[in-house]
Structures are given as structure tokens and as C-alpha cells.
Write a protein that binds this ligand. Structure first.
Ligand code: ATP
Ligand code: MG
Length: 144
């Protein structure tokens, strides 16, 4: 397993880490974003989109479950906050999205525990000091 750790001090720095991470994404990748409300998951996705789907307006898709950003590598931005059934991630169309050659970024991926494919990349955002500091851990190759 390959683990990277970062500490950021502002939303802009978290976006920057997301942007750098975006350069490593490939078609079919699934990224599970973990972390509490306000941890910075959407800020991270905003950074990813700034590289791959420039011009996309990234918001927490809380009321829509899925937002699609078109670009050289299309992004499927899921938010499973309101999901009760882990299988819902398939019903929403994760497989279809991946078949179309994009990458999926899944907020509240904890809700789909066990339903994500092998090889899912995990990005954990933590706010241990309850200020603007965020700890970001990227794990690749972890079994899901
Ligand atoms: N270092 C930081 N990185 C990211 N966000 C930060 C940081 N410091 C402060 N913030 C603030 O924390 C909040 C992060 O919000 P964001 O919507 O990205 O969180 P989220 O994890 O997606 O939450 P939700 O579960 O509600 O979707 C924003 O208000 C942002 O301004
Ligand atoms: Mg969010």
C-alpha cells in the first residue's frame, strides 16, 4: 500500500493538493473521499476539477447525489450523505460512469462501505485541531 500525507492551512491549499492529485488520475479510477462535514472533501474535488474539467462549478452535490463535469477526463462527483443502502452507489450508475471512461470522486464514501471496487483510492480529510488545518491522507492500492 502506498500512502501520502499532506497538511494544509486553507481551502486554497487543499484545492492545490487536489489539483496535484488530479494529474495522477486515470479513466476508471474511483476515489473514496472520507471525512466529517466541512472536512474539505468538496474543496479537494474543486482542485481536481480545476485541472481536469476547467470551468466546472463544483459544489457539494448534497441534493443531487451525482454531478457530472465534462472535460478531457470526465468527473463523476457523487455525494452519498443521504444514502442508506450501499448498493445505491450502483443504482446511481457508478459502473456506467466508469464504462464511459471517467473518474469517480465519492463524498461520504463510508455510506457505500464494501460496495466500492477493488483498487479504490482513499482520500481522508481530517480537522484534528478544529481550525483551518487539514490533514490529508491518500492511500492507493488498499483493498476495498
Ligand atoms: N485547510 C482547509 N482545507 C479545506 N477547507 C478548509 C480549510 N480550512 C478551512 N476550510 C473550510 O472548511 C470548509 C470545507 O468545506 P467543504 O464543503 O469542502 O467540506 P466537505 O467535506 O465537502 O463537507 P460536506 O460533508 O458538508 O460536503 C469550508 O468552509 C472551507 O472554507
Ligand atoms: Mg462536500
Amino acid at each position: 500500500m502506498d500512502t501520502e500525507r499532506y497538511v494544509t492551512q486553507s481551502p486554497e491549499e487543499t484545492e492545490q493538493i487536489g489539483r496535484r492529485f488530479a494529474a495522477t488520475l486515470k479513466p476508471g479510477d474511483v476515489v473514496a473521499l472520507r471525512g466529517d462535514l466541512g472536512a474539505g472533501k468538496t474543496a479537494f474535488v474543486r482542485g481536481v476539477a480545476s485541472l481536469l474539467t476547467p470551468g466546472a462549478e463544483v459544489q457539494s452535490p448534497t441534493f443531487s447525489l451525482l454531478r457530472i463535469y465534462e472535460g478531457p477526463l470526465p468527473l463523476y462527483h457523487f455525494d452519498l450523505y443521504r444514502t442508506r443502502d450501499p448498493e445505491e452507489v450502483y443504482e446511481i450508475g457508478l459502473d456506467d460512469c466508469l464504462d464511459r471512461g471517467g473518474a469517480a470522486l465519492i463524498e461520504w464514501s463510508e455510506r457505500a462501505e464494501g460496495a466500492l471496487p477493488h483498487g479504490t483510492i482513499t482520500v481522508t480529510l481530517e480537522n484534528p485541531s478544529h481550525d483551518d488545518r487539514r490533514q490529508i491522507t491518500v492511500r492507493r492500492g488498499a483493498p476495498c
